[in-house]
Write a protein that binds this ligand. Structure first.
Ligand code: CA
Length: 235
């Protein structure tokens, strides 16, 4: 089921959108503030975002900017009020895919949602897949095999690249050594799982230590490893 995130502070509009989209077979999550929306975006696995511009705490444009830092491809449709023309323009500059001016016809919104989903990478348009993954300033392009962190280019061996690719495709999810071994070395690998530790060490050297940047690859004792941002009190 396609998951849509609705970030809209007007409860009635949000509720109507949820009901109508539900009828159309979409699963929706509602957030009533900018910060709640951003949080929901990071926790969920959405395929499209409906984003109101005038929001409490963090306005829609700020939310959009932050979303685009982490995800360049998820379609975002802005919900704007009449008269917010400048915001619309800024929104499109910030990477919104489309906008709807309130009050709008639901059928038109549905049509635009379908178009946006059709052009997004997660649905049925593999030819426009970007093959680029981004996490916390770390960027990896599967096609060109280029890796960088905060614009510092990182040279990896093919195996290191494959391992990092697996991590960046599963951010924040703890990976056991066995999972990593299967994903990167293949099921027919007969060595022991220490090879994973060795390669994680190589990656840390190149992605963290050499660049003097905070850790991204964290050890989860007794389990394996996870790609995530360091908490504020870590280095
Ligand atoms: Ca609003």
């Amino acid at each position: 089921m396609t998951q849509i995130l609705i970030i809209e502070d007007e409860q009635q509009i949000a509720r109507v959108l949820q009901l109508e989209l539900g009828f159309e077979g979409y699963e929706t999550t509602i957030a009533h503030t900018g910060t709640a929306g951003l949080l929901a975006f990071h926790e969920g696995n959405f395929e499209l975002i409906l984003l109101d511009i005038m929001l409490p705490e963090l306005n829609g444009l700020e939310v959009l900017k932050r979303i685009r830092k982490h995800n360049e491809t998820i379609p975002v449709i802005l919900l704007t009020a009449k008269g917010e023309i400048q915001d619309k323009v800024t929104g499109l500059d910030y990477g919104a895919n489309d906008y709807m001016t309130k009050p709008f016809e639901f059928d038109e919104l549905l049509a635009r949602i379908r178009v946006a989903l059709r052009f997004s990478s997660k649905t049925n348009a593999p030819e426009i897949l970007t093959h680029t993954y981004e996490f916390a300033g770390l960027t990896l392009n599967e096609e060109t095999r280029e890796v960088s962190r905060h614009n510092n280019q990182i040279d990896l061996t093919p195996r290191e690249f494959d391992l990092l690719t697996h991590f960046i495709k599963h951010p924040k999810l703890v990976q056991s050594r066995e999972q990593l071994l299967n994903a990167v070395w293949g099921f027919d690998y007969y060595g022991d799982t220490n090879v994973v530790d060795v390669y994680v060490r190589y990656l840390r050297q190149k992605v963290e230590v050499n660049l003097n940047l905070p850790s991204l690859l964290h050890t989860v004792r007794g389990v394996g490893y996870v790609l995530k941002e360091s908490a504020a009190n870590e280095t």
